[in-house]
Write a protein that binds this ligand. Sequence first.
Ligand SMILES: [Zn+2]
Length: 146
Amino acid sequence: MELKRIMAEGKLKGVKVIHAGPKQKFSPSSLLDGMSQGWLTMADGVITVRNADGADVQYRVVRTPGYYCCHCGEKLPGDPAVIDGPEGAAVRKKHVEDSHRGKKSPDPENPSGYMGTNSFKGVLISGKGEKATPSPKSKRKVRRSK
Ligand SMILES: [Zn+2]
């Protein structure tokens, strides 16, 4: 996602969405920044970026920070932002061993069979944010019947 800050008299007045892809990861700090600066809201599992120059861009949150099983996607206990000691890891390993015994992790980067993420993952549901130079209507292709 590409945003442009709109400044006026040294203050942030909002953001302009230059580009918004079909999927987006948001770090907790970027969400907090956006909310405290007034250009982002998060409610009912939807992150809305208030676009100062076009339609708002909305992402449905499909994954929150946490640990996830690489085999089945189940959310596992613990918080990757906090070191939780061997007990937490044991609970996660138990899930992988009990549910997916003998199976190799589908994610080579996470051979333990589970992974931790600190970001919110969203899929675009509204607004493309592709605010290019406005194309005059006259340039649009017009179908004419002969
Ligand atoms: Zn699993």
